[in-house]
Design a binder for this molecule. Sequence first.
Ligand code: PEP
Ligand code: MG
Length: 310
Amino acid sequence: ARQAALASWTGPGATADGHPVPLLANVGGPAELDAAVAAGAEGIGLYRTEFLFLDRPEPPSAEEQERAYRAALEAFPGGKVVVRTLDGGADKPLAFLPSAAEPNPALGERGLRRFARFPEVMDVQLRAVAAAGGAAVMAPMVATAEEAAWFARECHDKGLDEVGVMIEIPSAALRAGNLLTMVDFVSIGTNDLSQYTFAADRQLGAVSAMHDPWQPALLDLVAITAGAAARAGKPCGICGEAAADPALACVLAGLGVSSLSMAPSALAAVRAGLAAHTMEQCLAAAEAARTGSSAADAKAAARAQLPGLD
Ligand code: PEP
Ligand code: MG
């Protein structure tokens, strides 16, 4: 009965002993806002803005973008909304951002890198986020502290005062402390972090077995990033698919991650999993997982510390 009650509860995320772990939604456009609200998300941890830019000859105007960002803020009054700047590359061609053919688009001019050559597209987007008022903004595909500093300067110039970067490249995780001197928060994108850590294309079925979010190397990079954020006194969220697994969500909380963002459909199970375990159990599960030498070991060791999760 307790499990059933937990599964239908939509309150804020917290462990059984009351440590808050805000549970946010990943959304990819206005059509997904209702689902996020209905699932009890406390805000939006990742607003993928690609939907505004794809399949059109010109970029969306500042006004059109502002309307979209404002709708997200209105769906979560008082809640957090993190808008991610356009994350495009040679694999997602945009008519107004010509890109040369690249042999390895995942390693090419994508994410924030792209805006070094097309600064006006980022300018308009940042101005639109600022005009919508109240959202945080973050950049994808940041590899170095210099890139984080450049992005933060561009944001501050437009009056944005809550600025973060995604940690989805191993260099950024290893040096998260340096990046955090430039920005207010970081958010770990485990999908790309896994791709770049294991040198395994996330779109290629033949190497998909590498993309197990329980991989100890991935957990190590999360731990390094969360540790740097704790030392900096700044938040470290997770917005990759790893956050959607209830047992792994407990491990991530135990590794020191301060919020979890996921597809709305995953929120109920993660909320129930956290609510059924104490922070002490999450810490023990995190420690146990990192003793594993394979993803399967890590998962088994963590689950032994998290009764009731399978
Ligand atoms: C990620 O890489 O984990 C992420 C959240 O961003 P996307 O899936 O949009 O690349
Ligand atoms: Mg990514």
